[in-house]
Design a protein around this ligand. Structure first.
Ligand SMILES: C[S@@+](CC[C@H](N)C(=O)[O-])C[C@H]1O[C@@H](n2cnc3c(N)ncnc32)[C@H](O)[C@@H]1O
Length: 250
């Protein structure tokens, strides 16, 4: 099994400026979904360079950003210090074995990371365990519809060997319900995806990026219609989907 840290340690800085990860519109989406309150203690799992944690920090008492890759957290610490953000802490840890007591957090968030987790049931069970009773969690992750997922899966595995699987929205709901959550909202959201930036974030070599582009551009039938790849001034854009989920721990 590839080590996710090998994928992220050398490209950490890219995630501080990636259009998707750092966009204020996308970060407002997390705040709207998580509905933070001023007294809240928040856990942002797989925080990476801290984008989601930084979006939540002004709305809450304290946020803990947890990630398995030290170099990603180094970037988060640097940015927190540059911006004078004093209510964020950074913890090295694994989403499937959280180093926290039961019922510790008022809000749990995770964005753009569960598709790396080998055991999604363990991850969902841990989210449920550390969240306080009668509180909510927000989950955002890539979630392409079938059959586009099959095409993107091949591309994602070769772009980043630490990719495991993007769940569909229905698979997400089933996973969270197995863990005990009541899913209050689960919606797919489609974005116009800048393929070259996506490859660039992971430092994919130009030859491989060109090869993977042909997989997307030659998708046919329903998958091709869903992905609707298009060149604009030579640059490839195609559809990409996330699930936006709000779930309640009764
Ligand atoms: C795309 S980045 C995260 C982006 C960040 N959540 C954001 O919103 O900008 C994916 C992160 O998941 C982390 N990660 C992957 N598997 C993990 C695991 N099992 N436990 C904790 N972090 C993990 C990686 O180290 C990486 O920093």
């Amino acid at each position: 099994m590839p080590d996710v840290r090998d994928s992220f340690r050398n490209v950490a800085a890219n995630y501080t400026r990636s259009t998707f990860h750092a966009s204020s519109v996308r970060l407002q989406e997390v705040v709207d979904l998580a509905r933070p309150s001023p007294g809240d203690l928040v856990l942002d799992v797989a925080t990476g360079t801290g984008n989601t944690a930084f979006a939540l920090a002004p709305h809450v008492h304290r946020v803990i950003g947890l990630d398995v890759t030290r170099e990603m957290l180094d970037q988060a610490r640097r940015i927190a210090s540059e911006r004078g953000i004093a209510n964020a802490d950074w913890v090295i840890g694994d989403a499937t074995r959280l180093p926290f007591q039961d019922e510790t957090f008022d809000v749990y968030t995770v964005r753009a990371a569960p598709h790396h987790f080998a055991d999604v049931d363990a991850f969902a069970a841990e989210a449920f365990r550390v969240l306080k009773h009668d509180h909510d969690a927000a989950f955002i992750d890539c979630a392409p519809p079938l059959p586009a997922r099959d095409v993107l899966h091949e591309v994602e595995m070769r772009r980043d060997p630490s990719h495991v699987l993007s769940l569909t929205v229905d698979e997400w709901v089933a996973t969270l319900e197995r863990a005990g959550f009541q899913v209050e909202m689960a919606e797919p959201r489609e974005l116009d995806w800048d393929y070259e930036e996506w490859m660039g974030n992971m430092g994919v070599a130009p030859g491989l990026a060109a090869e993977l582009a042909t997989i997307i551009e030659s998708a046919s039938g329903e998958a091709g219609a869903q992905l609707h790849p298009e060149r604009r001034d030579g640059r490839l854009f195609h559809a990409y989907w996330h699930a936006l989920i709000r779930a309640h721990k009764p």
